[in-house]
Design a protein around this ligand. Structure first.
Ligand code: NDP
Length: 510
């Protein structure tokens, strides 16, 4: 049995061999804390050896027969082969969606559409564990997040928009809401099933048909969702799913027979899509990157704020467009808050995404891990001070330690660029004006957070933040009824709530 680590006045000193899996608190100090493994069983998921495209209600191989492999980022092992669509397949999917829009789905009453959406929501609830396990295997996110956040919220979105399907007259009083037609939807890898739900649920509620392109590193939950469409008896062609490289996304977005394009992903690709559809009459919504400020005033409840900061940046490995990646702390409490944050960081458990105790899972891909590593190195090179807790990382897989940077200047890359990883940059401010100035000093404008005891200060700060969503004394809270979207280079258009429905209808006079 290994001997107990030696403790000093301020911290615990352990040799690498003695280092435990996790850390806990004792007498206000970090102490080693062993957690027994609590892995979620994988056998609820039946992986197919090969997945086809979902076009016209059927699984079909790609026209050229090509495939690519989706891997488990926590083990680097292959999970399944997936059809690699080409432009020919995309054209076929658009034809299937147009046919369904004209002949079946587009002809149904709102009441009938609602029944299908309620049914999809129920099936997602019934198969929730299967979806959660598959999502964690394919994306690397901890099971407690896919189980408690992604899957329930996805089901919730279908439920919420099912409620609107037969009430469009109430959503848009005095106007007639008509579907736009065929929607091309391109989604990223950080919340694969949830982004699918954000896109598909409002589109179908309003009477559109869709072609969805999932990210290449996380196609499997979308392909399992194809099963749900069949199980719900959705008219063939209402939902089509094409998997393949980014280029087919551009072919899809610019296709002449597509009426609406909805994209979530990087600002760079969002801009390309914007240029691609410019000059056409396609409706477009873009949900892009972010570099959110999480602002903590000296009157904030500090322990609560620490939890909010941790949730803001280490939730989903920080691979969140609205992550609170810049912490702005009022100078008078900076030292105390950073000490508390470091203590809290030492209790975060990094490891197997399928372990129910895991807080931070695997980074989604090798490329993303390299991007995070490179940006963190730039932070060190530019003079910021790095802190990482002494946690073990699994030997295989794409893992990164929760990271905290102090002494960060506004000019540092880690303060300006979207890292999309578990990396927090701490800056300080003295006055509310300085906090606003620093928070808005970014090309992005997706979200922000304010921590203070004063309601009046919350209202004042919220009105001055150039961000689509501002959380007060909380962070990363999502609800289907609440609109979400950005300013500036974070994109335009809103998803969620009635605003999200608006993006899928053409309003005509009565
Ligand atoms: P991308 O923007 O490249 O990917 C998002 C989606 O767009 C994927 O489905 C992707 O397909 C598709 N896509 C890629 N190229 C094109 C194209 N030319 N035309 C149309 N669609 C395309 O993000 P990455 O995965 O490359 O991540 C890069 C960075 O983007 C991250 O490090 C992060 O900073 C940011 N990001 C932001 C997200 C957000 O929600 N704001 C989400 C994801 C990433 P495929 O997977 O096949 O390439």
């Amino acid at each position: 049995m290994p001997s107990m680590p030696e403790r000093t006045e301020t911290s615990v000193v352990v040799s690498p061999e003695q280092r435990p899996n996790s850390w806990g608190f004792g007498d206000g100090q970090a102490i080693p804390w062993e957690y027994a493994p609590a892995p979620e069983a994988r056998d609820i998921v039946t992986l197919k050896e090969r997945y086809g495209l979902f076009i016209g209600g059927r699984s079909v191989p790609a026209a050229g027969g090509a495939t690519f492999t989706s891997i488990d980022p926590s083990t680097e092992r292959p999970l399944a082969d997936v059809a690699k669509a080409s432009d020919v397949d995309v054209d076929k999917a658009v034809r299937a969606a147009r046919r369904a829009q004209r002949r079946s789905w587009g002809q149904l009453s709102g009441r009938e559409r609602a029944k299908y959406l309620f049914r999809i929501s129920r099936i997602l609830q019934e198969r929730a564990r299967e979806f959660a396990v598959l999502e964690s295997m394919d994306s690397g996110k901890p099971i407690k997040e896919s189980r408690d956040v992604d899957v329930p919220l996805a089901a919730n979105h279908f439920w919420y928009y099912a409620g609107w399907a037969d009430k469009l007259d109430y959503a848009f009083p005095g106007r007639v809401a008509k579907p736009l037609g065929v929607a091309a939807q391109i989604i990223p890898w950080n919340f694969p099933l949830l982004m699918l739900a954000w896109k598909i649920a409002p589109a179908l509620a309003a009477g559109n048909t869709v072609i969805l392109k999932p990210a290449s590193t996380t196609p499997l939950s979308a392909l399992l969702f194809a099963d749900v469409c069949v199980q719900a008896d959705l008219p063939p062609g209402t939902v089509n799913i094409v998997t393949g490289p980014g280029e087919i996304g551009m072919h899809l977005a610019t296709h002449a027979d597509v009426d609406k394009v909805a994209f979530t992903g990087s600002t760079e690709i969002g801009k390309k899509i914007g240029r691609g559809v410019a000059g056409s009459d396609k409706a477009l919504t873009l949900e892009l990157g972010g570099k959110a400020a999480n602002i903590v005033f000296d009157d904030a409840p500090l322990d609560q704020a620490v939890e909010g900061i941790v949730n803001g940046i280490y939730f989903n490995q920080g691979e969140v467009c609205c992550a609170g990646s810049r912490l702005l702390v009022q100078e008078s409490i900076a030292e105390t808050l950073i000490d508390k944050l470091k203590d809290r960081l030492s209790t975060i458990r990094v490891g197997d995404p399928l372990d129910k105790n895991t807080d931070v899972g695997a980074i989604n891909s090798k490329a993303q891990l390299e991007k995070i590593t490179e940006l963190v190195a730039s932070g060190v090179a530019e003079g910021a001070e790095l802190y990482q807790p002494a946690c073990d990382l699994p030997e295989r897989g794409y893992f990164f330690r929760p990271t905290l940077f102090t002494n960060v200047a506004q000019s540092h890359r880690i303060a300006r660029e979207e890292i999309f990883g578990p990396v927090l940059s701490v800056l300080t401010f003295r006055t509310p004006d300085e906090a606003v100035e620093k928070a808005n000093n970014t090309r992005y404008g997706l979200s922000a957070g304010v921590w203070t005891d004063k309601g009046s200060r919350i209202l004042e700060m919220v009105s001055r933040m150039q961000a689509g969503v501002v959380w007060a004394n909380t962070f990363n809270k999502f609800d289907p009824t609440s609109p979400f979207g950005g300013y500036k280079e974070s994109g335009f258009g809103r998803e969620g709530g009635m605003h999200g429905l608006h993006a899928y209808v053409r309003l005509e006079d009565r």
